[in-house]
Design a protein around this ligand. Structure first.
Ligand code: PLP
Length: 356
């Protein structure tokens, strides 16, 4: 039986991936030099495709890393001298907070109960943070911070850099890049690619912050420091031998997404999320973990239940692989990825099976 992964990352691969793997082999992608013209074209193709898909302005560059976790370190090392503020509402937002602390930064956290979102009104008005960290979609709980909160923080703290973890929500969300400075994701979530590639969308304000830090003779890292990778990315190059296959596949999948059209992808996710929440609301033993409708994630739907293992096993027998709860919620939640690769028909079938 063919399985379909609804796990929130790694997840089901994008439905066009097979032909791209084949063409990667034919084109010897695993063997080419990362300093040659062929690689530059692959880099440029992924870069242009992402700019087009996500509507990224000119003053941003796209930097390829190994993961989103790596980007947490890069952001702090590159752009922060003393202090950050983190809106924390689950495991991933907390890990970024811990990263800052471990790197010796005076990190503040504004903590919200799991399943809710922190309020920007709790950021001390005199705190003057160098950087405010948002997690748009907290994958561990399914709570999603409205983009308007993020934009309001920019208005209230115009000097702070705004960093947005959009790991499990891009390309679904339509971000106004004039109101943020760093946005990042990993490809194994909504993009439906094998893991091992992080994408950091970063602007000139972050580069100014890193140059300022360097001018004070403070370390911003070595080969992967932002001032170096930013410059290299402009020339479609990377500091080290990168995940060439990952960048190639990303370029191909993004091309397919552009052909389908981002509006269609976003509309389908809205429709499928409505179907899923409807099924969960009707179900006898399931209910949404996130109660506030405006905070309910569209891309990672989380339900609480006493029967998590039973439900996961029942659907698993039909080939539908659901996610368990994250961490301490392992046996208390189910998590369902609603990514671009999951078709309306698959989500409808999944919802029917849940209700059987
Ligand atoms: C998965 C995830 C990460 C970490 O991604 P890696 O690729 O494992 O580094 C960070 N933030 C969020 C919200 C995630 O869902």
């Amino acid at each position: 039986m063919r399985k379909i992964y609804f796990t929130p990352g790694p997840s089901q691969l994008y439905f066009t991936i097979e032909e791209h793997f084949k063409s990667a082999l034919t084109e010897n992608i695993g063997s080419i030099s990362h300093r040659g013209e062929q690689f530059k074209k692959i880099h440029q193709h992924a870069d242009n495709g992402l700019r087009n898909l996500l509507n990224i302005p000119e003053n941003f560059n796209i930097i390829f890393t190994s993961s989103a976790t790596e980007i947490w370190e890069r952001i702090i090392q590159s752009c922060v001298i003393e202090n950050t503020t983190h809106l924390v509402n689950g495991a991933f937002s907390n890990k970024f907070y811990q990263t800052a602390t471990q790197l010796g930064i005076n990190a503040n956290k504004i903590e919200a109960t799991d399943g809710t979102c922190a309020s920007i009104n709790d950021i001390g008005i005199d705190s003057n943070p160098e950087l405010i960290a948002f997690t748009h979609n907290e994958t561990s709980t399914g709570a999603s911070q409205p983009l308007d909160d993020i934009y309001k923080a920019r208005e209230q703290f115009p000097n702070a850099l705004i960093a947005v973890d959009a790991v499990s929500s891009l390309p679904y969300i339509d971000i106004d890049y004039t109101k943020v400075d760093s946005v990042y994701f990993s490809v194994q979530k909504c993009f439906g690619l094998p893991s091992g590639l992080g994408v950091w969308i970063v602007n000139d304000r972050c580069v100014e912050a890193t140059l300022k830090k360097e001018s004070l003779r403070k370390s911003t890292g070595s080969s992967f420091r932002l001032s170096n990778s930013f410059k290299m990315a402009m020339n479609h190059q990377t500091p080290a031998t990168p995940n060439v296959l990952g960048i190639y596949l990303l370029g191909k999948v993004v091309e397919d997404m552009n052909l389908k059209g981002i509006d269609m992808i976003r509309r389908e996710i809205d429709y499928k999320a409505a179907v899923l929440y409807n099924a969960i609301n009707q179900h006898d033993t399931l209910s949404p973990f996130v109660k506030e409708i405006q905070h309910q994630s569209k891309t990672v739907v989380v339900a609480e239940t006493e029967k998590s293992a039973e439900i996961i096993e029942k659907l698993g027998k039909k080939g539908f692989v659901l996610g368990t709860g994250y961490g301490k919620y392992k046996s208390k939640h189910i998590r369902i990825a609603n990514f671009p690769t999951h078709s309306k028909e698959q989500i409808e079938m999944l919802s029917d099976l849940l209700l059987l």
